[in-house]
Design a protein around this ligand. Structure first.
Ligand SMILES: [Fe+2]
Length: 254
């Protein structure tokens, strides 16, 4: 849970603590070997070091839980978290790492809701995603079921869902439901292309964004985070009342 000290003079980027103002990173794939994120403890440690150097002191790791591709559960996630925590021991004592999940919003999530096996970010906030490529017609019903179970859905990267990119009414519907939109800094930095970047910029400027995550998967993505941090939209996010600032310093479950 408590991770390493990183000597202040070591490997600080030119940008210094460029991510400090967003507070916690509540969306990234830093736990080793359990999804399409970091493949090894070594790369996970590189990510922790780079996050720390960028000014982040609070991380919620969010591996995918998706029954077809990433059949994780609390046990697989806890084991990976423990492995990383032990490897990182004594390096960054002021960095706190807990875990949650990025749930895929399908029938399997409905089952987890019924079983009480959802892994929230903290309190009642749950990170949820849908398909980037295919419209999932039942997704709004899944979100409704989450709300009915007392959860507060945090929609991962709304700017990345291709079927919605030409359908602004979809966003209006979700906002009406009270869904919190979480933008990816990698989108603002241009990692996924101009469409995602533009949509991310527009959502920030419209005041639609309630949470920020890096959604980092690998240690070679920091150039995009630095690009994001130089945008005017990033400055707007730093002044916004983000969910990131409500993340508890520590988390009881872990
Ligand atoms: Fe993600």
């Amino acid at each position: 849970m408590i991770l390493p000290t990183y000597p202040k003079q070591a490997n600080i980027s030119e940008d210094g603590s460029y991510l400090e103002k967003i507070g916690a990173d509540l969306h990234l794939h830093v736990l080793p070997g359990i999804d399409d994120g970091s493949p090894s403890v070594e790369e996970s440690l590189q990510i922790l070091a780079a996050h720390h150097a960028a000014g982040i002191r609070r991380i919620i790791a969010t591996p995918h839980i998706r029954s077809d591709f990433f059949p994780n559960d609390q046990h697989t996630i806890h084991a990976a978290w423990q492995l990383l925590t032990e490897a990182a021991a004594d390096h960054w004592p002021d960095l706190v790492l807990t875990y949650a999940a990025e749930h895929f919003g399908d029938d399997y999530l409905m089952t987890l809701l019924e079983k009480g096996q959802v892994l929230p970010l903290f309190d009642r906030y749950v990170l949820v995603e849908t398909s980037m490529r295919t419209e999932m017609p039942h997704f709004p019903q899944v979100l409704r079921a989450m709300i009915d179970h007392g959860w507060k859905p945090v929609l991962a990267h709304p700017e990345r869902y291709r079927p919605w990119q030409q359908r602004p009414e979809r966003y209006a519907e979700l906002r009406e439901m009270g869904i919190i939109f979480q933008v990816n800094l990698l989108s603002l930095g241009g990692q996924y292309g101009p469409t995602e970047k533009l949509l991310a910029q527009q959502m920030v400027r419209q005041g639609w964004i309630g949470a920020v995550g890096t959604d980092l998967h690998r240690a070679n993505q920091y150039s995009y985070l630095r690009k994001a941090a130089r945008t005017p939209e990033f400055a707007m996010l730093c002044d916004a009342p983000l969910l990131n600032h409500l993340v508890p310093e520590h988390e009881a479950r872990n």
